[in-house]
Design a protein around this ligand. Structure first.
Ligand SMILES: Cc1ncc(COP(=O)(O)O)c(C=O)c1O
Length: 367
C-alpha cells in the first residue's frame, strides 16, 4: 500500500490534442509542441516521446530543458523560446540543432562572434504590443535583413506573442491590432509585400483556437495540448480538447460532525447540518492550491461534491453527506476527466497552467 495521490497522464489525449492543433494549421503551416516547464507539469520526456511521431518540432524555455529532451532521444528541432541567456550557449545550440529566439539586437553580434559548428535557425521575436519580450517593431527590418545576410544564420522565422488572445473582448491590445502592427512593420521586407517569403509564428493555443488570421507557418500550442481550453468563452474547437492530466487521490478517513462543529485549520467551514466529512490524501505540498475556496468542486467515486475547510499540507476535507456509499479507499478526483481544471482554477483565483505546473514532485506521474 502507498499514498494514493497521483497524476495520471493520458498521453493518447495529448496526441489527440496535438492532432487537433495540427488540423487547425493552414496548408502551408505546422505546429510545434510547447513542452516547457516539464510539459506544463505532465513530464516533458514522456510527452515529447509520445508526440515525436507527429510533432515536427518542440519548444522549451531554456537550453537545459532542450538538452534533457535530446538526452531522451528526441531528434526534432527544439526551439528555445527565450533564446540564449548567455553567448556561451551558442556552440551547444548549433551542435544540437536547437533553434534559438533572438530578442535583443546585440544577440546578432554575439552569434557573429561565436564559433559555431553549423549555421543557426533563429526566431526573431518582435514586440508587437505585449511589451514583455521582443525587439521593438522599428528594429524589425534592419535586424531581419542583417540576420539574413549572416553566414552563421541559415534560416529566419519571425515570431510574436499575443497579450490577449484568450479574451472575448479584450480591454487591452487585441490580437488583431498586434497583427496589424506586425504586418505594417514587415511591410517592405525586400520588396516582398507584407509577408514576403519569411515564415511567421504568431499563434499560441488561444490564437490557434480562436483567431484564424493568426494561423501562419508555425503555431506554438502549449496549454491546449494538455487539454485545458485557454479561451474565456469556449468554442467548437476547444470543446474537442481532451484533458491530459487527472489528479487523484483517495479517502483516508470519514466522520460525522454535528451542526455548529467546524473542520480544519482556522475552523473555516462550520456545519449547518449534520455533515459527513471525508479526508483525502492531497494538499498544498502536492500542488493542490491552498487558495481553493469553500465549495471548490471535487469528484468522489465519480460523483461531484465540494471541498469543505482549508487545504492543509497533505490533506483536504470534502463533503460526503450525500454520498452514502463512499468509504475509506474511495477515489477522489481533484481535476481531470470529471472536474474541469479551469473550474478548479477559477475557485483558486488562478489558471489551469498554474495548477498543472504546480503539481509537485511528490506526486507520482502515471502514464
Ligand atoms: C512565446 C510563447 N509561445 C507559445 C506559448 C504557449 O502558450 P499557450 O500555452 O498559451 O498555448 C508560450 C507560453 O507561455 C510562449 O511564451
Amino acid at each position: 500500500m502507498s499514498r494514493p495521490a497521483l497524476a495520471r497522464v493520458h498521453l493518447d489525449h495529448i496526441v489527440h490534442n496535438f492532432e487537433l492543433a495540427a488540423a487547425l494549421c493552414p496548408a502551408n503551416g505546422q505546429a510545434l509542441a510547447v513542452v516547457k516547464a516539464d510539459a506544463y507539469g505532465h513530464g516533458a520526456v514522456a510527452v515529447a516521446q509520445a508526440l515525436a511521431p507527429v510533432a515536427p518540432a518542440f519548444a522549451v524555455a531554456c537550453i537545459e530543458e532542450a538538452l534533457a529532451l535530446r538526452a531522451a532521444g528526441i531528434q526534432q528541432p527544439i526551439l528555445l523560446l527565450e533564446g540564449f541567456f548567455t553567448p556561451d550557449e551558442l556552440p551547444l545550440i548549433a551542435e544540437q540543432g536547437f533553434w534559438t529566439a533572438i530578442h535583443r539586437p546585440e544577440q546578432l553580434a554575439q552569434i557573429q562572434a561565436a564559433k559555431l559548428s553549423a549555421p543557426l535557425t533563429v526566431w526573431i521575436k518582435l514586440d508587437s504590443g505585449m511589451h514583455r519580450l521582443g525587439l521593438p517593431l522599428e528594429q524589425a527590418l534592419p535586424v531581419i535583413q542583417q540576420a539574413r545576410s549572416m553566414a552563421a544564420i541559415e534560416n529566419v522565422v519571425v515570431m510574436t506573442h499575443f497579450a490577449n488572445a484568450d479574451l472575448e473582448a479584450p480591454t487591452g491590445i487585441s490580437p488583431q491590432a498586434q497583427i496589424v502592427r506586425l504586418m505594417t512593420a514587415l511591410d517592405g521586407l525586400e520588396g516582398q509585400g507584407k509577408e514576403g517569403d519569411i515564415d511567421l509564428s504568431l499563434a499560441n493555443s488561444a490564437a490557434l483556437l480562436a483567431h484564424p488570421k493568426a494561423r501562419r507557418q508555425w503555431q506554438r500550442p502549449g496549454i491546449m495540448l494538455y487539454g485545458a481550453s485557454p479561451l474565456e468563452c469556449g468554442n467548437a474547437e476547444s470543446q474537442q480538447l481532451r484533458p491530459a492530466m487527472t489528479l487523484e487521490t483517495g479517502i483516508i478517513a470519514t466522520r460525522w460532525i454535528e451542526v455548529g462543529e467546524s473542520v480544519g485549520y482556522g475552523s473555516r467551514f462550520v456545519a449547518e447540518r449534520p455533515t459527513r466529512v471525508g479526508t483525502a490524501a492531497i494538499g498544498y505540498a502536492d500542488g493542490y492550491p491552498r487558495q481553493a475556496r469553500e465549495g471548490t468542486p471535487v469528484a468522489v467515486d465519480g460523483q461531484r461534491t465540494r471541498l469543505i475547510g482549508r487545504v492543509s499540507m497533505d490533506m483536504i476535507t470534502v463533503d460526503l453527506t450525500d454520498l452514502e456509499a463512499v468509504e475509506v479507499g474511495s477515489r477522489v478526483e481533484l481535476w481531470g476527466q470529471q472536474i474541469d481544471a479551469n473550474e478548479v482554477a477559477a475557485c483558486c483565483d488562478t489558471i489551469a497552467y498554474h495548477l498543472f505546473t504546480g503539481v509537485t514532485r511528490r506526486v507520482p506521474r502515471r502514464y
